[in-house]
Design a protein around this ligand. Structure first.
Ligand code: AMP
Length: 364
């Protein structure tokens, strides 16, 4: 079976590496010729809006998925019609591309969110801040990732500055959540409507970028895990979803507030490659090709540390027991995710010591 993947970044590369043992073949589409997946699979380069390039990409494919949420919906709809097998469905992708539409969707399903309001004009920004109060977070509704396209508003004088730099695009203002922790749920729904869920992962961000994920998240009441799974189930049902879905939450006072969802495999699920019985990448492929889903049980405790902007001395990384290195084949650039390491340990105490050792020579 040949699977087409829109986007050729590290997520796609890890997907292909998980799919080869299942006998799957891959073809990627990306605008950048040297993207990480180009080193491991057949690769087409082109513009997502170029229908002829997309048509050529589609020839001979059995199924299409994506690893990149900014795929234009025209390309998704075209491929869905052309191949008949496009997962997760184009409607889910479109919904997830707009933070405001996404939050309205959460609200409709009874999934709690931070306070939010759409902002299109300077007056609407003023009205929205009257709802949220300070601090608040102003975000672009579309195309933002890794904290890009965001500004924290702390006092009335911040409004003009934020409007000058972000005004003119469709925006959303959110109340700033003084969360205790950020957690995410990786959930999987197969074509046969079987679902599995990974244990909640704790995520630590700096400057809007994920730095470290710890799994399973410690000290989370089992009820909270079940609550997250209930939210995911209602999203699956509403969207007729197939594949991996990631929901990022703020955890506060034993409650979950949904920040955003990604209709794809996710950075906070990288630990599952070595830290769980079945990786998120394999389970995504099993889900969309209608194979039985694999166990999501965690093997001890894991920490995933992203290498951002630079890679530490890999001899030092590999000298650590339980360290699993993943480099993505990307040229270094500030703020760019170049690779990650997953530290696996039998228990949290051992994992904590391992992380302390890593901190001696890596930024985490
Ligand atoms: P996002 O791109 O929405 O995932 O935001 C990136 C990061 O910014 C999040 O993981 C949080 O650490 C922080 N952040 C985003 N929205 C809020 C909010 N409403 N309140 C507090 N922190 C936020």
């Amino acid at each position: 079976m040949k699977i087409g993947v829109l986007g050729g970044g590290q997520l796609g590369r890890m997907m292909a590496l998980a799919g080869y043992p299942l006998g799957l073949q891959f073809r990627f589409f990306d605008k950048s010729a040297g993207a990480p997946a180009s080193q491991v699979a057949e690769f087409h380069t082109g513009d997502f809006n170029d229908e002829r390039a997309i048509e050529c990409f589609a020839a001979g494919l059995d199924l299409v998925t994506y690893e990149f949420e900014n795929v234009p919906s025209s390309a998704a709809r075209f491929l869905s019609r052309r191949i008949g097998q496009f997962f997760p469905p184009p409607g889910a992708l479109e919904m997830a591309q707009d933070r405001y539409v996404q939050k309205q969707f959460f609200q409709r399903l009874g999934v709690p969110t931070p306070l939010f309001q759409a902002v299109g004009t300077r007056e609407e920004l003023q009205q929205a801040v009257e709802l949220t109060g300070f601090p608040a977070v102003l975000k672009t509704r579309r195309w933002g990732y890794d904290g890009k396209g965001q500004a924290v508003l702390r006092e009335p004088s911040d409004l003009d500055r934020a409007w000058d730099s972000m005004g003119g695009t469709a925006l959303i203002l959110e109340g700033f959540v003084k969360f205790e922790r950020e957690v995410s749920l990786i959930a999987v729904m197969s074509k046969s409507r079987a679902s599995v869920f990974y244990p909640l992962t704790e995520n630590r961000h700096r400057e809007g970028i994920l730095r470290v994920s710890l799994a399973p998240a410690q000290g989370i009441d089992p009820y909270v895990q079940l609550l997250a799974e209930r939210y995911a189930r209602s999203i699956f049902q509403e969207l007729q979803y197939t594949g991996v879905l990631t929901i990022e939450f703020f955890y506060i006072d034993g409650k979950l507030l949904a920040n955003e969802m990604a209709t794809r495999v996710h950075n906070s699920g990288h630990w599952t490659i070595e830290g769980a019985d079945t990786s998120q990448f394999e389970n995504h492929l099993r889900a969309i090709t209608d194979l039985p889903l694999g166990s999501t049980v965690a093997r001890g405790a894991s920490a995933m540390v992203n290498f951002i902007g630079s890679v530490p001395d890999i001899s030092l990384v590999l000298s650590m027991p339980g360290a699993h290195l993943h480099l993505y084949g990307k040229a270094p650039r500030p703020g760019r995710k170049l690779g990650h390491v997953t530290l696996c340990a039998p228990d949290y105490g051992t994992l904590k010591k391992s992380l302390e050792t890593l901190q001696n020579f890596a930024d985490c």
